[in-house]
Design a protein around this ligand. Structure first.
Ligand SMILES: C[S@@+](CC[C@H](N)C(=O)[O-])C[C@H]1O[C@@H](n2cnc3c(N)ncnc32)[C@H](O)[C@@H]1O
Length: 420
């Protein structure tokens, strides 16, 4: 997958015909190690601005002022593109409140209510891509940038379109759900989204209406289901799970009461993760009448502390039903601390459940990875040494424009209790 990334915060320039937005951007892989190379052809890009005082899910309101769009082509050999969009005439630079999305023309929004620049989960999954053959060669993640009073916030917003779904068991509520994730402009491991997180989130969101398929990857066992995410980065996987828990429970005739998702990472990830939790609140199901309640929180957790069993108060408070992580196993040096943290969480769960007189304790971990190097296989030796059983529950091909295809693997790890 490739990502549209700004190289510096976008700017507004004054001109006689009205303000002009200038966006200097590149298109690279998640690691930033190669630029998009579409071979002999080119990728058509749309740069579209819309008034942000209007609700993006209300096309009539957005259309009042109309969209300002322009098109560019990205060709092999390009490293940057300086896009300029003329905004509405008569506006002063310091009164510009708008969002500008950059997206491939072929990746048009599927539904009229989908915001500009959203990537629909179906576009990420090769078996869900329809007639548009070009998308089968790979996806480019669009980006949206927000201007308030003429100043561009120093973040890109990635929008994952979960589509229209029935979130209530009785089918009464049709709700379109789009999740927004802020990430930094500039280099950072913790404050960006990564392929395995995007693909796994898309897979879970797409699969959650099929009870049999979802049971294999998200073993939701009770109505107060709780999930702990390690190395959550901007929070894409944990927040997506929080957004679909109610739907999965409803399909099973359950009501998720006090379902919880806790994101954890190093301190440097905290600010973005908390912003993204705030952005997601409206997508979470909360119904005081039937007691449905799904909450997301964040707490710092460094695996070097975790392996010693030193946890913050939120992590320590709960025997976690499921631990999840994506794209956290590429750095071989940090694998012992990561596996040590999984062990310490299992031991803490045993102590919790022993205190309430439970039977044998089983821990389950959903681990998603896009293998990047053979050295990462050291993970499996460490897991075996610590009596973790593991198996692949899903392999998702990840076509990549102009480069060798990749794959995202989703593993289920289990320790203790009755292993399936
Ligand atoms: C490649 S990013 C993946 C982020 C996110 N899971 C995703 O899929 O978008 C790896 C994450 O692991 C976190 N990480 C690395 N070492 C860590 C450690 N010792 N303790 C906790 N988190 C760590 C990083 O801060 C980063 O957020």
């Amino acid at each position: 997958m490739h990502y549209i990334r700004l190289l510096r915060p976008a700017k507004i320039q004054s001109s006689a015909g009205g303000p002009v937005a200038s966006l200097l951007f590149t298109i690279t892989t998640d690691l930033g190690d190669s630029f998009l190379c579409p071979g002999d052809g080119s990728i058509d890009l749309v740069v579209a601005a819309e008034d942000s005082s209007a609700d993006p899910a209300d096309p009539a309101a957005v259309q009042l002022r109309g969209r300002q769009t322009c098109r560019y082509k990205w060709k092999t050999g390009m490293r940057v593109l300086d896009a300029k969009v003329r905004l509405w005439p008569g506006l002063k630079k310091e009164t510009v409140n708008c969002r500008i999305a950059i997206y491939p023309a072929q990746q048009r929004p599927r539904e009229t209510t989908t915001p500009l620049g959203a990537l629909h989960v179906g576009d990420v999954l090769p078996w869900r891509i329809g007639a548009d053959e070009t998308l089968k060669t790979g996806v480019v993640m669009p980006a949206t940038f927000e201007f308030v009073n003429g100043v561009c916030a120093p973040v890109s917003v990635r929008t994952l379109g979960l589509g229209t779904s029935r979130f209530n068991g009785d089918g009464a509520t049709e709700k379109e759900s789009n999740l927004q994730f802020e990430e930094d402009i500039g280099e950072s491991i913790a404050r960006h989204i990564w392929d395995a997180g995007v693909v796994t989130s898309a897979y879970l969101a797409d699969t959650c209406s099929s009870p049999e398929s979802i049971r294999k990857v998200l073993p939701i066992v009770n109505e107060s289901f709780n999930v702990l995410e390690l190395g959550s980065g901007v929070g894409i996987l944990g927040i997506t799970i929080a957004a679909i828990i109610a739907k999965i429970a409803a399909i099973r005739g359950q009501t998720p009461k006090n379902a919880r998702v806790l994101l954890t990472d190093l301190e440097e990830a905290e600010e973005r993760a908390r912003s993204n939790i705030a952005r997601a609140e409206s997508a979470l199901t909360c119904n005081p009448t039937d007691g449905t309640n799904v909450a997301i929180k964040y707490e710092n957790l460094d695996w070097d502390e975790g392996r010693e069993g030193r946890f913050g108060s939120l992590v320590a408070a709960t025997p976690w039903d499921l631990v999840v992580l994506s794209d956290c196993t590429y750095n071989v040096d940090s694998l012992p601390a990561l596996v040590g943290t999984l062990n310490a969480l299992h031991a803490a769960k045993e102590r919790h459940l022993d205190a309430v007189g439970g039977g044998p304790v089983k821990s389950s971990v959903l681990l998603a990875t896009k293998p990047r190097h053979s050295s990462e296989e050291a993970l499996f030796g460490l897991l075996e040494d610590q009596s973790w059983a593991y198996r692949v529950v899903k392999e998702i091909p990840l076509p990549k424009i102009g480069e060798e295809d990749e794959v995202v693997q989703i593993y289920l790890l289990e320790k203790g209790g009755h292993i399936i």
